[in-house]
Design a protein around this ligand. Structure first.
Ligand code: DC
Length: 226
């Protein structure tokens, strides 16, 4: 099987929709690779801040993307690591600051183009579950199955609230709701690859679904298609 013909499931949606957890669980259930495309945007933003590159300096960001020693490694199905200089910096990429910086560089068309090839190279046998905002619309328009996962802003903010409380962070729920709405607005109103469901995507609102039910729905949809 060539890279182009390896099957791919795209799972797009806003932050807090549970995409990461669901994509990971689906990849594990199928024994497929997993691409967390948000990490690429976070990684580039993180590296830019470290090199004092302004987050609106498109040409400097594109040049940085081209020379970053990043590899999308797919050592085992169900496993994926994005490494910078061979070091897994996943923890540092999950901070609110890295997410906000990623959201700023993600509006730049040149940056999106620079990251396209990296993402497409992750399509390898036996298959790929790709998680992001534009996986079904831009990166893998010929995906075997496209899903758009969403939940109400309040439910998404409550999920984030619980995560932050669990790691001992003091947060205000109402300001998290406002943050979620502001991020949605920025991600869906940008002109380059705005966040929206592909025409042929199955939209799942999981506000009232648990993880196991959502994974089961995704696997059922896949079995119906391939
Ligand atoms: O999913 P995430 O929170 O890790 O994404 C971080 C930011 O990157 C988010 O604000 C939107 C952007 N992003 C994007 O524009 N396209 C993607 N495929 C993935 C993420």
């Amino acid at each position: 099987m060539t890279t182009e013909t390896a099957p791919v499931i795209t799972i797009d949606g806003p932050s807090g929709s549970g995409k990461g957890t669901i994509s990971h669980a689906v990849a594990a259930a199928l024994g497929w690779h997993y691409l967390d495309s948000g990490s690429l945007y976070r990684l580039l933003a993180f590296a830019a801040v470290r090199e004092s590159i302004a987050l609106n300096d498109e040409s400097a960001l594109v040049a940085l993307a081209d020379r970053l020693p990043v590899s999308c490694q797919l050592p085992e199905p169900g496993d994926a690591a994005i490494l910078l200089n061979g070091v897994d910096i996943a923890g540092e990429l999950r901070t609110e600051a890295a997410g906000a910086a990623a959201s700023r560089i993600a509006v730049l068309p040149g940056v999106r183009a620079a990251l396209l090839d990296w993402q497409q190279r992750c399509r390898q046998p036996p298959g790929l579950v790709a998680d992001g905002r534009d996986m079904g619309t831009v990166v893998f328009p010929d995906a075997d199955l496209k899903l758009f996962l969403t939940a109400s802003p309040r439910v998404r903010a409550e999920r984030r609230y619980k995560q932050l409380k669990n790691i001992g962070k003091k947060v205000d729920l109402e300001s998290l709701v406002a943050d979620v709405e502001a991020r949605d607005q920025r991600d869906s109103s940008r002109s380059a690859a705005p966040l929206c469901a592909a025409d042929d995507a199955l939209v799942i609102d999981n506000s009232d679904l648990n993880e196991a039910d959502t994974v089961a729905m995704v696997l059922e949809a896949l079995h119906k298609k391939i």
